[in-house]
Design a protein around this ligand. Structure first.
Ligand code: WT7
Length: 648
């Protein structure tokens, strides 16, 4: 259970931000006196009005309130751009690597400033100001970062919707936050295939109240033809010609919202996670610097999409606040070949690389050849995020990709946490393959049992965080009660993460995965309830129950049990039809991997579906189903086992 230990190498220690004793000293100080610790580190960003108060937070039931640096004023775009102009105006801020390996470009901080100001002026001319919501539905092109920073510059709140979501999902997110303006592109380009972004926006808007969306700004990416509605739609390049490249950054309160990002939970529709300005930026930039041991001049690459929180905190805000060179990649790991990641690393001399276990596992399948034909000599730190990394994938990342030379940081965090909470620090933390290791400064993990009793020492339980940190989400957009209910009611007085974990004798954390009805497919979060409600909306479906099951590459796959209406026949054609239905309804990431047609589902006498049993059958482990005698119809279990889709 302790696992294998990889000691800190001298090479990692050289020039590193902290060593083990410095980590311990800083960590102890951060939790002993959070006000003093964050008062000092809050100064890592520029303040237009300095703060005089630091932490003002409560996790108390009914009174949950989270405020940091409350009376300070600042602007995120100023911190990510303007303050660097004097010292590094000509340094590259963004390296953009296109889907096509022949396409890439460097954008300096000075160019970034001009581009963001232009975009901000285009928005301002269309009535966007402080507090207005703007929805972004963008491919991975520099304009996505310009748009985020342009909103921040004006004090507007961006709400990015991942380009893989369907028109329906996009519509409900535009509606949810009441955006009057949408920024998109004609088409996206991934792995040589086009993604009809503008057409999806048109579809989404048709589903909304006619007077909600006033403006759609369309960045030309592929030049593909799209329909443009006069008076509503405008091409970005044409609008940008009409404005200047100077636009003042608006000073906003530390607690002014920076962005909303929708994420799945165990029940209901996705929630709008709200992150604010001051604390978020302090936390994102500080974690970026320490966790990746970022050093002046490094080239840093995070392979996430800006549609997810990782893209917000660790492609755009954290790195740019630190004056880093951040690489933005439009493509996929397997196009034009499975060497693409490693070729990009060599092409741009990447020092720090941050990706997801699912990508590592899928590339592992192709063997060492595609990796070993590249040099990767520039690499120093390798990061992992999104799901537990199994020790086999960890070892491959360490031995094959990193040539046993690079430090690995397995970073555990969530959309809600704004930044990394549990992670090794290069040069300071001895590594154990599969463990996210120790808490970052100011983070107070607590393990509790099902009854909420706090566990001490080595243990296994549910992971909570006892007290606030500056990057924490502040509320669910428009529904503070749901915020309290979701995160602070299970174990009153604590933030409940929804994850299970083990803590070993060295105090290292091993995240075991979600303990609620959220599944993690290729590092993307999906609520089983969302997939279920999509399935039951199909005219032939009477009832559906969805669970996760172990999947070699994706981490978890989606297993759906479907009961059809009387007289309907469950066959492969209908399976295909249901998969297409869910893809269209939610997006490709929600596609069920396995569908089992079930005449009945295991229910208690009061009609509650027993998911524990369904999970076990989906895992192909029905030796330990537990007591089934309390079921309304125990016989349905035999049928479910007999017809299971996941036979080993
Ligand atoms: C869930 C959060 C945070 C950015 C990406 C995902 C799982 C995340 C790890 C890790 C084990 C991890 C957890 C968490 N998770 N990182 N290093 N080890 N599990 O953000 O979509 O909000 O999902 O991802 O289950 O709760 P998200």
């Amino acid at each position: 259970m302790q696992g294998k230990v990889i000691e800190v190498k001298d090479a990692w220690r050289e020039g590193a931000h902290v060593d083990d004793s410095k980590y311990r000293e800083m960590y102890a100080a951060s939790v002993a006196d959070p006000n003093a610790f964050w008062a000092e580190h809050g100064k890592r960003i520029d303040w237009m009005t300095p703060f005089s108060t630091v932490k003002n937070t409560s996790f108390e039931p009914g009174k949950v309130s989270i405020k940091w640096f409350e009376d300070g004023k600042t602007n995120v775009a100023h911190n990510c751009i303007d303050r660097h102009l004097e010292t590094r105006g000509d340094q590259t801020a963004i390296i953009w690597e296109g889907d096509n390996p022949d396409e890439s470009k460097h954008i300096t901080y000075r160019e970034l400033h001009a581009q963001v100001c232009r975009m901000a002026n285009v928005l301002r001319n269309r009535g966007v100001g402080k507090g207005d919501r703007v929805t972004l539905y963008m491919p991975m092109i520099p304009e996505a970062a310009y748009a985020m920073l342009a909103c921040a510059r004006l004090g507007a709140i961006h709400a990015i919707v991942f380009g893989g979501f369907s028109p329906d999902s996009l519509a409900s997110r535009i509606q949810g936050c009441g955006s009057k303006l949408v920024i998109t592109a004609d088409e996206g380009l991934r792995g040589g295939r086009k993604v009809p972004l503008k057409a999806n926006v048109d579809e989404a808007i048709k589903r909304l109240d006619a007077d909600l969306v006033d403006h759609v700004i369309v960045v030309r990416r592929t030049g593909g033809s799209v329909s443009m509605e006069a008076g509503r739609d405008v091409y970005y390049d044409e609008a940008a010609e009409q404005v200047t490249d100077e636009c003042p950054a608006v000073a906003v309160e530390a607690e002014h919202p920076l962005f909303i990002l929708y994420t799945s939970g165990s029940t209901g529709q996705p929630k709008g996670v709200v992150h604010t300005t001051g604390g978020y930026l302090v936390y994102a930039s500080m974690t970026h610097e320490y966790v990746f041991d970022y050093r002046e001049g490094d080239v840093y690459w995070c392979t996430a999409d800006v549609g997810w929180v990782t893209g917000h905190s660790y492609i755009v805000y954290g790195p740019l606040a630190n004056g880093a060179t951040t690489l933005m990649f439009e493509g996929i790991p397997t196009y034009p070949s499975t060497s693409r990641f490693w070729e990009v690393i060599d092409k741009h001399k990447v020092n720090i690389f941050y990706t997801a276990p699912t990508a590592i596992r899928s590339l592992m399948g192709g063997g060492e050849g595609p990796v070993k034909k590249t040099s990767r000599a520039s690499l120093r730190v390798l990061g992992s995020v999104g799901e537990p990394i199994n020790p086999e994938a960890w070892e491959w990342y360490y031995n094959v990709v990193g040539d046993k030379r690079c430090s690995i940081v397995d970073t555990w965090w969530q959309t809600e946490t704004g930044g990394i909470l549990i992670t090794p620090l290069p040069g300071a933390t001895a590594l154990k393959p599969g463990s996210a290791t120790r808490p970052f400064f100011g983070v107070t993990p607590e393990m509790v049992d099902a009854e909420g009793k706090v566990l001490e020492g080595a243990c296994e339980g549910n992971l909570c965080i006892a007290d606030s940190w500056p990057g924490q989400m502040r509320t669910v957009y428009g529904d503070h009660e749901r915020f309290e209910q979701t995160y602070f009611s299970t174990y009153p007085g604590k933030y409940f993460t929804g994850d299970g974990a083990r803590r070993d004798a060295d105090g290292y954390y091993w995240i075991t995965g979600r303990v609620d009805d959220v599944i993690n497919v290729s590092g993307h979060r999906m609520g089983t309830a969302e997939v279920e409600s999509s399935l039951v909306a199909h005219p032939k479906v009477a009832e559906a129950a969805v669970v996760g099951y172990p999947h070699n590459v994706k981490g978890q796959g989606i297993y759906a049990y479907v009961t059809l209406n009387d007289g309907e026949e469950g066959d492969d054609a209908l399976r295909k039809e249901l998969v297409t239905w869910v893809r269209k309804d939610i997006g490709p990431i929600a596609s069920p991997d396995l569908i089992q047609f079930a005449p009945g589902l295991p229910k208690t006498r009061s009609g509650k579906i027993m998911r524990r049993i369904l999970r076990k059958i989906a895992e192909d482990d029905f030796s330990s189903l537990g007591d089934t005698s309390t079921l309304a119809e125990p016989a349905v279990v035999d049928d479910l086992i007999e017809n299971r889709q996941n036979r080993a």
